[in-house]
Design a protein around this ligand. Structure first.
Ligand SMILES: *Cc1c(COP(=O)(O)O)cnc(C)c1O
Length: 227
């Protein structure tokens, strides 16, 4: 059992009301990677209805034990192309699209999975995501090759730093990129979702207009080590 889960949840909800310019548009995705199924169940019992996982095999093992009906599932990690079938079978959202090859595979399956395009707004080489100056061309390629995909917005990871200004800049950049994509909106492509903000930086992300927070340790405490 997670001892302070309800308290942690209430604190995050309060922060959303206090800091977001549009609190009603903010979804909390509870990131349960490396936590056991009992933690997912406890979260669901408290009314948390959006869960995020980042490793396919691990996620499927949990969902096979308990499908957690009513929960919206988000895949937030790096997706390998041989896992696309699992994605469309088990997940409602993909936060990390940054390769046309993956997009083509999802399109071939005529899946209506909701998708965010991941952007590397920090310039950190270890992070996935498109370079900011490549996003618009990527969207145009998607529209040509995979027009029926359900593109919903953008995702980024804040830089690993204590420097609030750098973190804020990264989140603001994602918003600015989203604004430049407005003219490219279609029936199936929109850029209204901003998936940004984790345990350490979600307050800044809220101030900068995040609509989806991805929070693990801030809800559940320290994450168990990799097995
Ligand atoms: C693990 C993870 C998170 C959550 O991290 P916490 O520090 O536990 O809040 C968010 N986004 C992605 C992509 C992750 O892999």
């Amino acid at each position: 059992m997670i001892p302070n889960l309800e308290e942690n949840l209430n604190r995050i909800k309060t922060d959303i009301r206090r800091l977001s310019p549009h609190p009603d548009k903010v979804t909390l995705v509870a990131v349960t990677k490396r936590f056991p199924i009992s933690v997912l169940q406890q979260a669901a019992d408290l009314g948390i209805d959006n869960l995020g996982e980042s490793r396919m095999q691990e996620a499927l093992e949990k969902f096979e034990k308990d499908p957690l009906p009513g929960v919206i599932r988000h895949f937030i990690g790096v997706l390998q192309s041989n896992k696309v079938q699992k994605l469309v079978d088990y997940f409602h959202w993909l936060h990390s699209l940054d390769h046309i090859k993956i997009a083509r595979k999802i399109y071939e399956k005529e899946s209506s999975v909701n998708i965010c395009i991941q952007v590397n707004t920090s310039g950190e080489e270890t992070k996935s995501g498109l370079r900011p100056d490549r996003v618009s061309d990527f969207v145009k390629t998607l529209q040509k090759e995979t027009p029926g995909l359900h593109i919903r917005g953008l995702m980024t990871m804040g830089p690993l730093t204590e420097d609030e200004n750098r973190i804020r800049k990264a989140f603001r950049l994602l918003r600015e990129i989203g604004d430049t994509l407005r003219p490219l909106e279609t029936d199936t492509f929109s850029f209204r979702e901003y998936s940004m903000g984790m345990s350490g930086d979600y307050r800044i992300a809220l101030e900068e207009g995040a609509t989806m927070l991805r929070i693990g340790q801030g809800l559940f405490g320290p994450r168990p080590e990799n097995q």
